[in-house]
Design a protein. Structure first.
Length: 350
């Protein structure tokens, strides 16, 4: 369903500013001690990916500030739909205060989300949409727009490398069923249509498997000797594609644009093996997801949807201050809009 997204900084400042004053500021010491026993489950898509560890990092930071706890949950891989459904069903039976969920499937998680809502358990959705409107808030990247940015970055690299935005390109797909990834790939294809001399000749579905992504990339490089570029649509695809490029020495002749920011991807970017990384803000999704979930449990009105934004990191700007916290959550410094203020609360109440 179409989602109208609210600007990240403004929406989070208003919601969290109001929540801080109305919910946290009113606690007495006895109540605060009680609140420390609250645990909000954070259910991610894949425990094996560093992207989702950044989500947990942000979630823990929010929980520390709230004086509550989180529970880290999720399947090992984004393809384990049944596993995530089972996790949600078990949580609903336990009746937690609220749930933060990154759904692995747009449709398959509709039932658990609606069941939680029916049980008066607020659900805040992060990262990917789910095909129902019965949730408290959606905090996610505008993946279609992010995919477009990846496409333009690839075209710009091809033009810079070969003198013209022309030639054959391919892309690696993580999962053909996840909303965020489908939207991202569609955005990439939409951008490619704006370059009449660029032809998308192939795509491969690697099912979130780094080794398969590497082998698929090697096959694409061998099958299409005139290939000018490849887009890898998530972190594990980027890890695999970058490893293949390094093995083949393809980075000087073929452009590679990838998503997210694992340690390996960033290393490839610094070496020039990956030309650009489209970087999301998983830390923000985890941080604001927990804040919003707790706020919803306290009856605070939340924005319907928040776009956490993307940034394009290149070899030239990767070490700038602007990317320090995005590429390495351990260096994350909370920006002003993450520090709720009285001014934000006043604005939200008007």
């Amino acid at each position: 369903m179409p989602i109208t997204r609210t600007t990240t900084n403004h929406a989070i400042a208003l919601a969290l500013g109001t929540f801080t004053l109305t919910a946290l500021g009113a606690l007495t010491p006895t109540q605060a001690q009680e609140e420390q026993q609250i645990t909000i489950p954070v259910v991610i898509k894949a425990t094996t990916a560093s992207y989702w560890q950044a989500v947990f990092d942000g979630a823990h930071q929010a929980a520390d500030r709230l004086g509550i706890q989180i529970e880290e949950l999720g399947p090992a891989n984004e393809t384990e739909v049944a596993r995530q459904i089972s996790i949600m069903e078990n949580l609903i039976s336990r009746r937690p205060t609220a749930i933060v969920l990154a759904p692995v499937s747009t449709d398959a998680l509709v039932g658990p989300v609606e069941a939680a809502t029916d049980a008066d358990i607020p659900v805040v959705i992060i990262d990917s949409e789910v095909n129902t409107d019965r949730y408290a808030s959606l905090i996610a990247t505008d993946n279609f727009a992010a995919g477009q940015r990846a496409g333009h970055a690839l075209a710009e690299c091809i033009e810079r490398t070969s003198g013209n935005a022309a030639g054959e390109v391919a892309y690696l797909r993580t999962n053909p069923n996840g909303e965020s990834l489908v939207s991202r790939d569609n955005g990439f294809l939409d951008a490619m249509e704006q370059y009449p001399d660029i032809q998308v000749v192939d795509n491969r579905v690697a099912n979130n498997d780094t080794a398969k992504a590497m082998n698929d990339t090697l096959d694409l490089l061998n099958r299409y000797p005139d290939l000018k570029g490849i887009f890898a649509d998530n972190q594990l695809m980027g890890d695999g594609a970058g490893t293949a490029f390094a093995e083949q020495g393809a980075g000087d002749e073929v452009c590679l644009v990838a998503f997210d920011s694992s340690e390996l991807e960033v290393d490839f970017l610094r070496q020039g093996i990956i030309d650009s990384l489209v970087v999301q803000d998983p830390y923000m999704m985890g941080y604001s997801g927990v804040w919003f979930a707790y706020a919803a449990s306290q009856g605070v009105s939340l924005p319907r949807s928040v776009d956490t934004g993307v940034h394009v990191a290149t070899t030239e700007n990767v070490d700038s201050e602007n990317f320090a916290g995005l590429l390495d959550p351990s260096k994350r410094q909370l920006t002003p809009y993450l520090e709720p203020s009285a001014a934000a609360a006043k604005s939200a109440s008007q």
